[in-house]
Design a protein around this ligand. Sequence first.
Ligand SMILES: [Cu+2]
Length: 241
Amino acid sequence: MRRAAVVVALALVTSACSSTFGFPEGGTQQGRDIRELWTVFVLAAIAVAGVVYALIAWSLLRYRRRRGEDPDALGRQFHANVPLEVAYTAIPVAIVVALFSASLLTERRVTALDPDPATTVEATAFAWGWRFVYPEEQIEIVSPPSRPGEPGPELVLPLGEPTRVVLRSQDVIHAFWVPAFNFKRDAIPGRTTSFDLTPTHLGRFRGVCAEFCGLNHAVMTFTVRVVEPEAFEAWAREAAG
Ligand SMILES: [Cu+2]
């Protein structure tokens, strides 16, 4: 029985450590960073829940009314317990400070701009599509007319290298969202915002507009294709020509 419990506990702990707790793994360095922060939060939540449930169970069992006891009797009454009160104030505050600091550090890393990105894409959102311009490579990719089933334009990124995305909107508020990258950024008319994407996985990833922007919002999609850096060079030469 005890051995079975140990096996179950070990299985839970090891699966928890390798699990992403339902969060997408993150197809970029920045996305992974966010997922790791999520993992820290879930582990902290599990630890807090474990302590709370254990205390509830202990209180229920330890202070239950036993047979033959006076049903109206009160337990031992006391006023103030300074060490206990300090502990149950200081520990949650320390947890909040630690999680806040972890969030702040992650946010700084995720939003940091590489001083020397491998390439730059000027992404412009409009109702209802996207224009991706690579100024260095002299490439322009524009949405085909958006409609259901139309896959939208393709953004090509080199693997393992930071690509600077300079995001703008031409008309109303849109949002650049690639669910597999754990990343979303609003495109607000009159404002320019920049972020870096450093892909860690080859493949195609679905991108969508994540801010309701009118009739064809739902079909305002795009695809991100991550290729090896050499394949990116080859693609860029061909696309420019
Ligand atoms: Cu939209």
